[in-house]
Ligand binder design. Structure first.
Ligand code: SAH
Length: 217
């Protein structure tokens, strides 16, 4: 797999763009600077890999906009060695950004075609992550609890199972459907204060593909 000086140069520019949009965490910016995004995209779009945009991948899904990836990752406050669950593997790009930050990543995807493709692809470019096929709405109970949870699809609500699978002190970052605007989500953080209490905060608005429940095929 080829990562040329040109790709690396474009990646540095992308990092500058994301920085200018307000991302400050140096570890997040470094990770975006490391993951070769052009390898995650279908051939037709390789030229656009380092533009700060979302793009179509297999099965009608999208690879998130780099700014959105950085925004969610910054809110997660990732520390080295943390166990992180990602719901919505998609291309695997977000998962690799977390891996580059030293996290132990567990990622789950419900779309069979995409799951198979990404599971075969990531090891080819040197990323060996724990990938699961299933309904991430239910989390990954066998491997819980997690220090952090990141959902990369638009959720109708905050799934209870995911709150349960968060460690005390842990943070979940999840885009939750806006009450008044169809197809728009409010980025939301859920911090687990103790076994009974959570703190919910709302941030900026984004647009994600939907998080589907009870539909893995
Ligand atoms: N993180 C991805 C973005 C993926 S788009 C990336 O970096 O490329 C969101 C993904 O969530 C899609 O692949 C979609 O199939 C998946 N998804 C939707 N509902 C899901 C569910 N209940 N469980 C697991 N994955 C789900």
């Amino acid at each position: 797999m080829i990562d040329t000086f040109r790709h690396q140069g474009l990646r540095r520019k992308l990092v500058e763009t994301i920085k200018s949009k307000g991302i400050k965490n140096e570890n997040v910016l470094d990770a975006i600077g490391k993951v070769p995004r052009h390898l995650f995209m279908d051939n037709a779009f390789v030229e656009f890999a380092y533009k700060d945009n979302a793009f179509p991948i297999a099965a009608g899904q999208t690879i998130s906009q780099p700014y959105t990836v950085a925004y969610q990752t910054e809110l997660l406050q990732v520390q080295k060695g943390e166990k992180i669950l990602e719901v919505g593997t998609g291309s695997g790009y977000q998962a690799c950004v977390l891996h580059e930050m030293g996290a132990r990543v567990f990622t789950i995807e419900r779309q069979a075609e995409l799951f198979k493709k990404t599971k075969a692809f990531l090891p080819q470019i040197g990323y060996n992550l724990k990938m699961f096929f299933g309904d991430g709405y239910a989390g990954l109970p066998t491997f819980a609890p997690f220090n952090k949870i990141i959902v990369t699809a638009g959720a109708p609500e905050i799934p209870k199972a995911l709150i349960e699978q968060l460690k005390v002190g842990g943070i979940m970052v999840i885009p939750v459907n806006h009450i008044n605007f169809d197809g728009i989500q409010v980025m939301t953080t859920v911090t687990k204060i103790d076994e009974q209490n959570i703190e919910i905060k709302e941030w900026d608005s984004f647009r994600f593909v939907p998080l589907l429940q009870n539909k893995n095929y």
